[in-house]
Write a protein that binds this ligand. Sequence first.
Ligand code: SF4
Ligand code: SF4
Length: 160
Amino acid sequence: MDWSTDNKWKQKAKEKKKVYKRYLEFAKEAKVIKQLPAIHIDVFSKINCLDCANCCKNHSPTFKATDIKRISNHLGLKESDFIEKYLKLDEENDWVMITQPCSFLNTDNTCQIYEVRPSDCARFPYTNEDVFIKRKALTLTNTGVCPAASMVLDTLIEKG
Ligand code: SF4
Ligand code: SF4
């Protein structure tokens, strides 16, 4: 499937939002945390992020102080210059990209700073972490951004 052009998953995820919300509300966290690693591997074996990049196009990662330091070093910029050029503070006082799609996204969906990308990018959509079941509002939002997040929830719901 060409994830960059096929937005059927988005419609499906939108229609299932109430089902996802209810599942997240009542799911047994310890059980889900045990189920997640295998489901994460299975779902990402079916999705190629390079065919998608929906997160990089529509959703900014947050940049922690360590991310800013590492990426500025990599780019040979002073941290203050990096911030001025690329970042702004959002309503939660987190540093996020000024532009979307992300300034570091190449036209072939690769990332110009892949080796030093923000930890938020490396971890997104948190399908292999307890964050996925603990931060329910975030996971629910991510089902509208990331097909993998909604596929993981679909599988969890199927497995019961
Ligand atoms: S993490 Fe999700 S939204 Fe981002 S490229 Fe991969 S499948 Fe797409
Ligand atoms: S830094 Fe790289 S991985 Fe992160 S949003 Fe930008 S292009 Fe995507």
